[in-house]
Design a protein around this ligand. Structure first.
Ligand code: FES
Length: 88
């Protein structure tokens, strides 16, 4: 089974809602720390715009995972993904 990859939008748009403007870069660091703490083999990668700019930070889980909007808390994001998508 392929290890999960969390693609986190890192786009910053001046004068409009955007993921970086909503804290996605800080969230990426928090997700990496939380993944290590949980001893998961998941990866976090920054992505270009995912097309939901006003709802960020946005995250797409792969392979075949959900798109999450308004991701603010790393622990809550991982709790949800582990509960609803992948357990390891
Ligand atoms: S800026 Fe993140 S989805 Fe467009």
């Amino acid at each position: 089974m392929t290890d999960p990859i969390l693609y986190l939008c890192s786009k910053r748009r001046i004068g409009a809602g955007s993921c970086a403007g909503s804290g996605s870069l800080e969230l990426a660091a928090a997700l990496k720390a939380e993944i290590a703490k949980r001893d998961l083999t998941w990866d976090v990668r920054l992505s270009p715009c995912l097309g939901y700019c006003g709802e960020g930070p946005n995250l797409k889980a792969a392979p075949d995972g959900p798109m999450l909007h308004g991701c603010a808390d790393a622990g809550a994001v991982l709790d949800r993904l582990q509960r609803d998508w992948r357990r390891k």
